[in-house]
Design a protein around this ligand. Structure first.
Ligand code: ATR
Length: 281
């Protein structure tokens, strides 16, 4: 007799507060359809005060196989997970959770998404020893960890509030250097990789001029902001003759490990998926 559990619809979620702007449902529903999986992916708005109860219900078996967690729940989800993996423990924040035999596992796939996007868009981007990271917030942490794990030997974090850059240097150790914004030109000299992790330029906001000419020739410039797709920072870098990689791919690639955990298939990022998200922007 067939195991009735095999025929149950698997359901995953994305939760945040607010959640209505999340593109994750579009991504995962595209992959569910692509694989012909009888499953669903739901956006759930959960207020911070209700998040503990939400996780308790999830662990007690409310039908979800796991999900994505976004702002403002990433740190709470890390604290409430039973088994955060090594990456999650280093960052203290997670974006992906999944249940295995009633145990809640958790990881942070932002760094995986960041690196996979670069590898897919511009193989060889990592053939440099010196990288510049603009910004020192939550997103910057995942990026620095990923660059360090990739073996970039000098990671220069430049931030408006230099104390936050110093905190990251203290957290990540030897390969990471902290600088104030005024040092941007100086530390860019000879770098082969530049990433913006700040909200500068998001939704059309003002961005100060950046002189990329100190980067080495062939340097790659990327931005984790993806609305607009061509951010002011990417446009500036292109005008100055540098290769750029936009941030949309990071969003798409960070979704891959979760889908595989919940639904058991390895999804890929292709132009159809990219177009689907761009059409929704
Ligand atoms: P996230 O979790 O998305 O990274 P965050 O923790 O609020 O968000 O960090 C935002 C980053 O953008 C910080 O590096 C912030 O600089 P400060 O640490 O000095 O606040 C940076 N940022 C935001 N607006 C900026 C601006 N107008 N000029 C320069 N940096 C800015």
């Amino acid at each position: 007799m067939a195991d009735s559990r095999e025929t149950l619809t698997k359901t995953a979620f994305v939760t945040g507060y607010p959640i209505k702007h999340s593109r994750s449902p579009l991504i995962h529903r595209h992959w569910l359809e692509r694989f012909g999986i009888v499953g669903s992916y739901q956006a759930l708005e959960v207020a911070p005060d209700d998040f503990g109860a939400f996780i308790a219900e999830l662990k007690s078996g409310n039908g979800f196989v796991g999900g994505n967690v976004t702002i403002p729940h990433k740190e709470s989800a890390y604290r409430l997970a039973d088994r955060p993996d090594e990456i999650a423990q280093e960052l203290g924040a997670v974006n992906t959770v999944w249940l295995e035999n009633g145990v809640l596992h958790a990881s942070n796939t932002d760094g995986f998404g960041f690196i996979s996007n670069l590898d897919a868009s511009h193989p060889g981007w990592d053939k440099t020893s010196r990288a510049v990271v603009l910004g020192a917030g939550g997103a910057s942490r995942a990026v620095i960890q990923a660059l360090r794990d990739r073996g970039i030997s000098e990671i220069h974090v430049v931030n408006r509030t230099v104390e936050r850059a110093k905190e990251l240097r203290d957290r990540f150790g030897a390969q990471v250097y902290a600088h104030a914004l005024q040092a941007l030109d100086e530390v860019s000299t000879g770098a082969g990789f530049f990433v913006n992790t700040t909200s500068l330029g998001m939704e059309g906001g003002e961005v100060p001029d950046i002189d990329f000419s100190r980067l080495c020739s062939g340097a790659v410039v990327t931005d984790i902001v993806y609305v607009p797709l061509k951010t002011p920072i990417l446009k500036m870098a292109e005008r100055q003759g540098y290769t750029t990689v936009d941030g949309l791919g990071m969003l798409l690639h960070q979704a891959r490990p979760g889908f595989e955990k919940w639904f058991g298939q390895k999804p890929t990022v292709d132009d159809t998926l990219r177009s689907l998200i761009i059409a929704d922007m």
